[in-house]
Ligand binder design. Structure first.
Ligand SMILES: C[S@@+](CC[C@H](N)C(=O)[O-])C[C@H]1O[C@@H](n2cnc3c(N)ncnc32)[C@H](O)[C@@H]1O
Length: 248
C-alpha cells in the first residue's frame, strides 16, 4: 500500500492548521507534570519532523524514526534550511530496532500508532519501547480515538479546493476489522498551471482506549494515564484524540 509517498511533499501544506507549537508545549507540560528529567527522546513515526525540529531547537537530543523515505527527506530538507541537525532513521516501527537503550522518553505524535493495524505488531512496539526506556523513563503518545475513526471520519467524504492543491478524501469504515480505509486523490498545480493527479490509500486501525491500555499492561507498563484532546482530563466519549502517558 502506497502511504506517505507523493503525499509527503504536500503533507505540511495540508497540515498548516495544526498547532504544532501548542502540541510541543503540551508534551513539555506532560513531562513537567510527571516530574521526570528528559534530555533524550526517541520519536516514532516522526514524519516531516513537525515535532522533531521544534523539540531539537529546545535542546532535547532526538532521534526520529519513520517508515516513509519521502517524509524523512522532507524532514531533512527542513532541518537543513533551519540549521538543525537531526538523527533520522527509516524503519518500520512494527519491527522497531534501536541500538541505544536507557532512554528518557519515547514519543509518538499525531496518530502514528493508528497505522499499526495488527494487535501483535502494536504490542511489539510497546514491548520494545518498554525495553528501550530507562527505569523512570516516560512513554507519551496519542491515537485518533475509536469515536473519531468510526463516527467522524468513518464513511465520510472530505474535500478541499485550494489555489495550488485540491484533494478528495473518501473513507470506508470496516466494522468487523475496525479499519478505516482512506482513499485520497490529490491534484497539484505544476509550474505550467496544469494539475498533476496522484492517489494514495491509507489504512488506520480504530483502537479503543481499553484495548490500548490492556496491550500496554501486557508489555510491562504499570503506570498508565490517559487524557482527552490536549487537556489534563480523562478522555470523554466524544474525545477525538487520546493521549497516553506511561511509565514502567
Ligand atoms: C499522521 S503522520 C504523523 C507524522 C508526525 N508525527 C507529525 O506529527 O506530523 C503519520 C506518520 O506515521 C508514519 N508511519 C506509518 N506507519 C509506520 C510504520 N509502520 N513505521 C514507521 N512509521 C510509520 C507515516 O509515514 C507518517 O509519517
Amino acid at each position: 500500500m502506497d502511504q506517505y509517498k507523493d503525499f509527503a511533499f504536500v503533507y505540511d501544506e495540508l497540515m498548516d492548521e495544526v498547532d504544532y507549537d501548542g502540541w510541543v508545549k503540551y508534551i513539555e507540560d506532560i513531562i513537567k507534570n510527571e516530574n521526570v528529567k528528559v534530555q533524550n527522546i526517541l520519536e516514532l513515526a516522526c514524519g516531516t519532523g513537525n515535532m522533531t525540529i521544534p523539540l531539537t531547537k529546545k535542546n532535547y537530543d532526538i532521534a526520529g524514526i519513520d517508515i516513509s523515505d519521502e517524509m524523512l527527506s522532507v524532514a531533512r530538507e527542513k532541518a537543513e534550511k533551519e540549521g538543525v541537525e537531526l538523527v533520522l532513521l527509516q524503519q518500520d516501527i512494527a519491527e522497531l530496532d534501536f541500538e541505544i537503550t536507557n532512554l528518557d522518553c519515547v514519543l509518538c505524535a499525531c496518530d502514528g500508532f493508528n497505522y499499526i493495524t495488527y494487535d501483535d505488531d502494536l504490542e511489539n512496539v510497546f514491548t520494545k519501547t518498554h525495553e528501550l526506556l530507562k527505569e523512570d523513563g516516560i512513554f507519551i503518545f496519542d491515537i485518533s480515538s475509536f469515536y473519531k475513526l468510526s463516527n467522524i471520519l468513518g464513511n465520510n467524504m472530505y474535500g478541499e479546493n485550494r489555489e495550488d492543491i485540491s484533494y478528495m478524501w473518501q473513507n470506508y469504515f470496516d466494522e468487523e476489522e475496525n479499519l478505516v480505509e482512506m482513499e485520497l486523490a490529490f491534484f497539484i498545480k505544476d509550474e505550467d498551471g496544469r494539475f498533476d493527479r496522484f492517489e494514495e490509500v491509507h489504512q488506520q486501525r480504530a483502537y479503543t482506549e481499553e484495548e490500548i491500555v490492556s496491550m500496554l499492561k501486557k508489555s510491562g507498563f504499570n503506570y498508565i494515564k490517559t487524557y482527552g484532546d490536549f487537556t489534563f482530563e480523562s478522555p470523554k466519549e466524544e474525545s477525538q484524540r487520546i493521549f497516553f502517558v506511561c511509565k514502567k
